[in-house]
Design a protein around this ligand. Structure first.
Ligand code: DGY
Length: 415
């Protein structure tokens, strides 16, 4: 089988009717951003199935607009924390937090590529109010000093990124009851977050649950309150793409509101620039300080279209030094950082979807050499190692889950 045939087969094997699980056993439910990338993959050979992926994802949307990070359509014993632990009291059961809001941008990418435009327009009409509501949730329930806040590392998608360590370990460990991880029974421990990190993830989950996941009350009490450079860049880009999507349908009723949101986020963006690192970073809203850790997400402001020429020059210098330090781009953590671990989840490995987003932004800014290097490295890694969850940037070895849906989708759509 060619890699493209294999990629299609992976999506089909991970397909549960109208949604796609990220990987068998390891992630047996529908995940928010995974699913959006899967839709792009489906869109290359089955447009109807691609739109279904979004429809099923939004069937889990909460009344307040929040789009959960996991939707538990069925039960499974192989994942912790399951639906009972989250106890969302919703139908279908879901987690109580969200994930990076790639949806509107990936709906745009799908729409642009669809051959059947009349079907695509119909689907857009159904999806647009849901996307608008999702963005509204971020801009009202999760906005502070003009920036978008996050209350849990799982919400950033970059669970154990070194950026979160200090804030995460401040979360008091008052665990109610024990718990048993399932991930380390399936994947080597050295490739996953540590036990200490998991204790704090669960402690934070218990705090969120005790407040019924209510953003308004959590706002003052939650110990982990971060403006993630990833979420802020992704939402800024998504706001612009949402405006574009509305324009395709000729509906202008929210144009001014969306434009205001874009400018308020753009105005706050300077808070995310670290002059110490000469790069973008995440901001700790509990200590009111920028976190001096550079990650792959530090380059997502290109994707947001938020980088001025003088900042771009500094960021490209960084990118260049990273290119010389690793064999494959783009490591998830600064390879010069003392916490860099090339095998451990978000503390160093390469993630195909982040590569796709960063390279897209670089290309749009005209930095094609850097974008091409990231794109070609991703292709090489997948073709050599298979559709793995993440890859070691020093030797290229595949890590984490296998037959991974978003690696397959990224390959089909981008590579
Ligand atoms: C996990 O379980 O590892 C996920 O990243 C949380 O969604």
């Amino acid at each position: 089988m060619t890699p493209r045939e294999q990629a299609r087969q992976i999506l089909k094997d991970n397909c549960h009717g109208t949604y796609t699980i990220p990987a068998k056993d390891l992630y047996p439910f529908q995940w928010n951003w995974d699913s959006c990338f899967c839709a792009l993959g489906w869109g290359t050979f089955d447009e109807v199935r691609a739109w279904q992926e979004f429809d099923t994802l939004f069937s889990g949307q909460w009344k307040n607009g929040m789009l959960p990070h996991i939707i538990f359509h069925k039960e499974s014993e192989t994942y912790f924390p399951n639906a009972d632990i989250w106890n969302s009291q919703t139908n279908p059961p879901t987690s109580g937090i969200s994930q990076p809001p790639v949806a509107s941008t990936l709906v745009k990418f799908l729409y642009e590529r669809c051959k059947d435009k009349s079907e695509a327009k119909k689907r857009l009409h159904t999806l647009l109010p849901k996307l608008f509501l999702y963005h509204s949730w971020y801009h009202t329930h999760r906005c502070e000093n003009g920036l978008i806040t996050t209350y849990h590392p799982w919400e950033t998608g970059r669970d154990n990124s070194a950026e979160w360590d200090e804030a995460l370990f401040r979360v008091p460990l008052k665990l109610k009851g024990g718990f048993e991880r399932r991930d380390t029974a399936l994947i080597e421990e050295t490739e996953r977050p540590t036990g200490k990190e998991y204790d704090h993830y669960v402690a934070l989950l218990q705090i969120l649950k005790s407040h019924d996941y209510d953003g308004q009350t959590l706002h003052n009490t939650i110990p982990f309150k971060i403006a993630d450079i990833g979420i802020n860049s992704i939402l800024l880009r998504a706001d612009k793409d949402l405006l574009w999507l509305y324009q395709q349908t000729g509906d202008t009723k929210y144009s001014d509101q969306i434009k205001n949101r874009i400018s308020s986020l753009e105005n706050a963006f300077d808070l995310l620039w670290s002059s110490e690192c000469e790069n973008y970073g995440s901001y700790d809203l509990r200590t009111n300080t920028i976190i001096p850790v550079e990650t792959a997400a530090s380059f997502l402001p290109f994707y947001a279209g938020a980088v001025s020429d003088d900042k771009a020059e500094k960021m490209l210098k960084k990118l260049h030094s990273w290119e010389k330090q690793v064999k494959f781009m783009l490591p998830s953590l600064d390879p010069f950082h003392h916490k860099f671990e090339p095998k451990r989840y978000w503390k160093g490995p390469i993630w195909p979807i982040i590569n796709f987003l960063v390279a897209t932004g670089l290309k749009e800014h005209g930095y094609t050499d850097h974008a091409n290097r990231i794109q070609e490295d991703t292709r090489k890694l997948i073709e050599q190692e298979g559709f793995r969850e993440y890859f070691n940037p020093l030797n290229g070895l595949g890590l984490g889950g296998s037959n991974f849906s978003w690696a397959a989708a990224t390959y089909l759509f981008w590579l």
